[in-house]
Design a protein around this ligand. Structure first.
Ligand SMILES: [Zn+2]
Ligand SMILES: [Zn+2]
Length: 180
């Protein structure tokens, strides 16, 4: 039996719990041995499982999770625990940010908005420093994640960018754009 990466990911929690049937288990082992990506997923999941038991325990009542934390305190060196805790917190933060990003994109979904903001002279402060790429048509706040061409960036003022024909990025310049 050959399993795909997706199957490995779906079953990884059961796999680590020893809850997959032997045939699948063997196939997964075989796959993981040859697949760096899945080996990393298994390692990462094992770390999180060691920290939190498993996802079912995240849903148990408070008293129980206190017991769990006590167990973790006893079993795990402090630095490692803190590091993993930080990792999980960071991952959670990413999820939250991702959700906000999705919400923002759907708010921006109306296509007429894109053509609307394309005309220059929007509300961006003219002396604000912005980032443009040689190949792009947009200017951005430095560090905007929607800068696609990251190799040939220049930092100039918004006024200069608009004079050179760049339009404000609808994502990072959103708060300056008059879209009404
Ligand atoms: Zn794989
Ligand atoms: Zn941008």
């Amino acid at each position: 039996m050959v399993v795909s990466c997706e199957e490995v990911w779906r079953e990884v929690s059961n796999y680590l719990d020893g809850e997959v049937e032997p045939g699948l288990r063997a196939s997964m082992q075989e796959h993981i041995r040859g697949c760096k990506r899945c080996a990393a997923v298994v390692d990462g999941t094992r770390n999180v499982l060691q920290l939190y038991g498993d996802e079912r325990m995240l849903e148990v009542p408070l008293g129980f999770s206190q017991r769990l934390h006590q167990r973790l305190d006893e079993n795990m060196p402090a630095t490692r625990r803190n590091f993993l805790g930080w990792m999980v917190a960071a991952a959670a933060a990413c999820l939250v940010a991702g959700t906000i990003e999705v919400a923002r994109s759907s708010a921006l979904h109306a296509p007429e908005l894109r053509s609307e903001h394309a005309k220059p002279g929007t509300g961006v402060p003219p002396d604000m420093m912005v980032v443009v790429s040689e190949d792009g048509k947009l200017f951005h706040v430095a560090g905007c994640e929607f800068i696609h061409e990251k190799t040939k960036l220049r930092t100039i003022t918004a006024a200069e960018a608009e004079r050179q024909g760049y339009s404000p990025c609808v994502r990072c310049m959103k708060k300056y754009l008059v879209t009404a």
